[in-house]
Design a protein around this ligand. Structure first.
Ligand code: ADP
Ligand code: ZN
Ligand code: ZN
Length: 687
C-alpha cells in the first residue's frame, strides 16, 4: 500500500498530495507523519491509502515517524471539502483540524500490592497513604516497588480550564420548548432555526437536545460567539454536564487546550463548547451541533481559508447525520429563508415582556445626547449605552487648509484617542501623537468631527453623577479585562455600561432598566449589504438586555434616520416584518440568499501588478462561467498595510461552478511568475 500525504505547509505553490511508502507503524487516514520533503522534514496528514502509485517504486520513501495524535478521518474529509469550498489549499484547511500543539502531562501513581513484608515505620506510613500520586516520595516508593510491595504506573494529569459553572436550575419545559425539542428530535441530519427573543428559553432547549443526544450515545458541539462575552452559556453547560464538557478556546493555556482536545478525541468528554473553531472538535458519533447567536459575525474566520463556521457546521452535520440547531433572537435573513423555523414567542421564567423602544430623531441636534436620553440616564439606576465607534472622534482635519490626518499605511482617516494622546488607524494599528498644529500650513485650528465611545464617556461623566464603565477594544486589551469590567458593572449599584457592539452581546444583568443606542444609523452607513441586518440585530439585541428584571425597563434609540426600516422594525420588536422586508430588498438586488457572493482581493506593494492580476482573474473566471455568474471589477480598494488592493466580486446562482472557476483561476495566477508580488485572498460568502 501507498500513503497519500498532504504536507502541512502554507504555500499555495505546492500541489500535494504526495505518495509515500507505508512506515513500519500502522497508519490510516488522519495519521500525522513526519516526512522527508526536499531538504526539510515536515509533518503531513495521510489523506488516503491506495494500492498504486504513479511513481516508480524506487523513488518512493517512507515517513520517518508516526506522531502519537491523529485526526479523525471524517475531519480529514471535512478539511478537503473546505479547501475546495473556500478556494484555499488542503494544507491550510488541514491545519485547522490537526491537534493543538503540546503533549499530555503525566505523573506517577502508586498503589500497594498487598504483598506483606517487614517494613520500617516510615515505610508503614507511606504505604498507609496509598493509593495516590507518588509526588516527593517517588524514590522511597521505587525501593518498595523493587521489593514487590508497591506498583507504580504513569497516569495522565488533566489541566482543566476554569468554567465557573453556574448553579443549575431544573425547570419544567414549556409547551413551546417541548414543541421545539420534538421538531429537532424528529429530523436527524437536518437543520432547524430556533427563533426566540432573549429570555425565551433557547438555552434550555439546547441543554435538553444535548442531553438527548448523549442518551443516544452521540456527541455534541456547541458553538458560541466570543467566550468572554457570553460566559453564561458555557457556565450552564458545565453545570448540567460537568466533566463531559470540554471547553475549546484561544484564551486557554497550551496545556489546557491540548488536554481538552485529547479528552474529546478519546471520548472521555462528549460535549465540545467553544467559538467558531470548535466546529472542528474531534467529536466521535456526532449527533448535534448547536450554533448559539447564529447571527453573530464572529462565526466568520478572517484567515485563510475564510470559512464560515455556520456553513461548515451545516456540512459536517449533513455528512455525519447530526442535527443542526441554530438559535437567535435576530436570525440572518438567509437562515430564516433556508432553514425550517421553530419559534419561541414568549419570554419564560417570570421575565418581563420586551421593553418599549422609543426612537429619538436627532436631525438638527447639536449635542451627542438627546434631552430625553439625558433625563432617562439621570434617573435610571443602571443602564447600557451602545455606540458603535471607538475612540474620541472620527477624524481630525485642519480648518485652514483642509488637511485630514490619514494613516501612512492605509488610505483611511486616523481616529483620535485623547486619553492616550494619540491618533490611531483602526485597520493596521498605526499610531502617532496628536498634532499641536497642522504640519501642512502651520494653523493651530485643528477640528474634530464626530464622536466615539471615549468622547461620550467624558460627556456622560460630566453630565451625570454615576460611574461609567467603558467596554471597547481600547479598554479590554488583556484577556481578563472583559470579565473583570463586566463583573464590576454587575456588582455596582448604579452605573452606565458604555461601549461598542460588545455591550449588546450575551451577558445578563437583571437590574438594567435602560438601554440606549446612540447614532443608530452609523451601522446603516456602511457600504455593505448586511448593514440593515446588523442595525436591526444591534437594536433588538440591546432591547433584549434591558428590562429583564422585575423593575422592567425601556430603550431609547437616537438616530438621524428614524424611518429606516431596520430601525422602525426593531423599535416595534417586529422580527418577522424586518425579515420579510429585508428578503424582498435582497431579492430585488440579487443578494444572498438569492445569489451567492464571492470576493477576491489582489494586493501588492505597487498598484499595477495588483490591478493586472485582478483583470486576469476576471477574464479567466468570465471565460469559465455562464450568465448565471455576474462579475464586478477589478475595482480599487483603499490601500491597506502598505499594499495596494483591487477587488473583484462574483454574484452567482451557480455556486459550485463559480467556486471551481475562481479556485482554478487563483491557482493559475498564484503560480504565474509575473504576479510574484501579488497576494490573493478569496472570500466565499463574505460577511
Ligand atoms: P434564552 O437562551 O432564550 O435567552 P434561557 O434558556 O437562558 O433563554 O432562559 C431564560 C431564563 O428562563 C433562564 O434563567 C432559564 O433558567 C429560565 N427558563 C428557561 N426555560 C424555563 C422554563 N421552562 N420554566 C421556567 N424557567 C425557564
Ligand atoms: Zn492646515
Ligand atoms: Zn493603517
Amino acid at each position: 500500500m501507498i500513503a497519500r500525504i498532504e504536507p502541512l505547509t502554507t504555500t499555495r505553490r505546492l500541489n500535494g498530495p504526495f505518495d509515500y511508502l507505508l512506515p513500519e507503524e500502522p497508519v490510516g487516514v488522519g495519521s500525522i507523519v513526519r516526512i522527508p520533503f526536499g531538504h526539510q522534514k515536515l509533518d503531513g496528514v495521510v489523506i488516503e491509502l491506495t494500492p498504486h502509485s504513479e511513481l516508480e517504486a524506487e523513488r518512493l520513501i517512507a515517513p520517518t515517524k508516526v506522531q502519537p495524535d491523529s485526526v479523525p478521518a471524517d475531519l480529514v474529509d471535512l478539511a478537503l471539502w473546505m479547501a475546495a469550498e473556500y478556494c484555499s489549499t488542503p494544507a491550510r484547511a488541514l491545519a485547522l483540524v490537526t491537534p493543538p500543539p503540546g503533549k499530555a502531562k503525566t505523573y506517577f501513581f502508586a498503589e500497594a500490592t498487598g504483598v506483606e513484608a517487614r517494613v520500617n515505620e516510615r515505610q508503614t506510613a507511606l504505604l498507609a497513604r496509598l493509593p495516590g500520586p507518588a509526588g516527593d516520595d517517588l524514590a522511597a516508593l521505587r525501593r518498595l516497588q523493587k521489593r514487590g510491595l508497591v506498583a507504580i504506573s504513569e497516569r495522565i494529569a488533566r489541566r482543566a480550564p476554569r468554567m465557573n459553572a453556574a448553579p443549575d436550575r431544573e425547570v419544567e419545559p414549556t409547551e413551546a420548548q417541548r414543541t421545539a425539542l420534538a421538531a429537532i428530535e424528529a429530523a436527524p441530519g437536518e437543520a432547524r432555526l430556533l427563533h426566540g427573543v432573549t429570555g425565551s428559553g433557547k438555552t434550555e432547549v439546547y441543554l435538553r437536545a444535548a442531553a438527548e443526544a448523549l442518551e443516544r450515545g452521540e456527541g455534541v458541539i456547541v458553538l458560541v460567539p466570543e467566550i468572554a462575552l457570553t460566559p453564561q452559556t458555557v457556565a450552564r453547560f458545565a453545570a448540567r454536564f460537568g466533566d463531559t464538557v470540554a471547553l475549546l478556546h484561544s484564551a486557554l493555556s497550551e496545556g489546557e487546550r491540548y488536554d481538552e482536545w485529547r479528552r474529546l478525541r478519546s471520548g472521555e468528554a462528549r460535549i465540545a463548547v467553544g467559538p467558531r473553531s470548535a466546529v472542528f472538535a474531534p467529536v466521535d458519533k456526532l449527533g448535534l451541533i448547536v450554533v448559539d447567536e447564529e447571527h453573530d459575525a464572529s462565526y466568520k474566520h478572517e484567515g485563510d481559508p475564510r470559512y464560515d463556521a455556520r456553513h461548515v457546521a451545516e456540512y459536517r452535520a449533513a455528512y455525519t447525520g447530526a442535527r443542526l440547531l441554530l438559535g437567535s433572537a435576530t436570525p440572518r435573513p438567509e437562515t430564516a429563508y433556508r432553514v425550517k423555523t421553530v419559534r419561541l414567542r414568549e419570554r419564560v421564567g417570570g421575565a418581563r415582556a420586551l421593553p418599549p423602544v422609543r426612537v429619538l430623531d436627532m436631525r438638527g441636534a447639536h449635542h451627542a445626547l438627546h434631552p430625553e436620553t439625558r433625563r432617562a440616564l439621570t434617573s435610571a439606576g443602571k443602564s447600557i449605552v451602545l455606540l458603535n465607534r471607538r475612540g474620541w472622534s472620527n477624524f481630525l482635519s485642519c480648518q485652514s487648509c483642509g488637511k485630514a490626518w490619514e494613516c501612512p499605511n492605509c488610505d483611511v482617516a486616523l481616529v483620535l484617542h485623547r486619553a492616550g494622546g494619540f491618533l490611531a488607524c483602526h485597520h493596521c494599528g498605526h499610531r502617532e501623537r496628536i498634532p499641536q498644529r497642522c504640519d501642512h500650513c502651520g494653523s493651530l485650528s485643528v477640528a474634530r468631527f464626530g464622536s466615539g465611545t471615549e468622547r461620550i464617556e467624558a460627556e456622560l461623566q460630566e453630565a451625570l453623577d454615576v460611574p461609567v464603565f467603558r467596554l471597547d477594544a481600547d479598554t479590554t486589551g488583556t484577556k481578563d479585562a472583559v470579565p473583570e469590567l463586566l463583573a464590576r458593572f454587575h456588582a455596582a449599584s448604579r452605573g452606565v455600561l458604555l461601549g461598542t457592539q460588545m455591550v449588546a452581546k450575551g451577558h445578563d444583568f437583571p437590574d438594567v432598566t435602560l438601554g440606549v443606542v446612540l447614532d443608530a444609523d452609523s451601522t446603516l452607513r456602511f457600504p455593505d449589504f448586511r448593514a440593515e441586518e446588523r442595525t436591526f440585530a444591534l437594536i433588538a439585541q440591546l432591547a433584549g438586555r434591558a428590562g429583564r428584571g422585575p423593575k422592567g425597563g425601556r430603550v431609547l434609540v437616537q438616530t438621524a434616520t428614524p424611518d429606516a426600516p431596520a430601525i422602525a422594525h426593531a423599535a416595534a420588536h417586529d422580527a418577522d416584518g424586518f425579515l420579510r422586508d429585508e428578503l424582498a430588498r435582497r431579492e430585488a438586488l440579487r443578494y444572498p440568499p438569492y445569489a451567492d457572493l464571492i470576493r477576491v482581493i489582489t494586493s501588492a506593494p505597487a498598484p499595477a501588478p495588483a490591478r493586472a492580476a485582478g483583470a486576469v482573474l476576471a477574464e479567466t473566471i468570465a471565460a469559465n462561467t455562464t450568465d448565471a455568474t455576474e462579475l464586478l471589477g477589478p475595482a480599487p480598494l483603499f490601500r491597506l498595510r502598505q499594499r495596494e488592493r483591487f477587488q473583484i466580486v462574483l454574484k452567482t446562482t451557480e455556486r459550485a461552478a463559480a467556486i471551481a472557476a475562481t479556485g482554478a483561476a487563483v491557482d493559475a495566477a498564484a503560480n504565474d511568475r509575473g504576479f510574484k508580488s501579488v497576494n490573493f485572498a478569496v472570500d466565499v460568502d463574505p460577511v
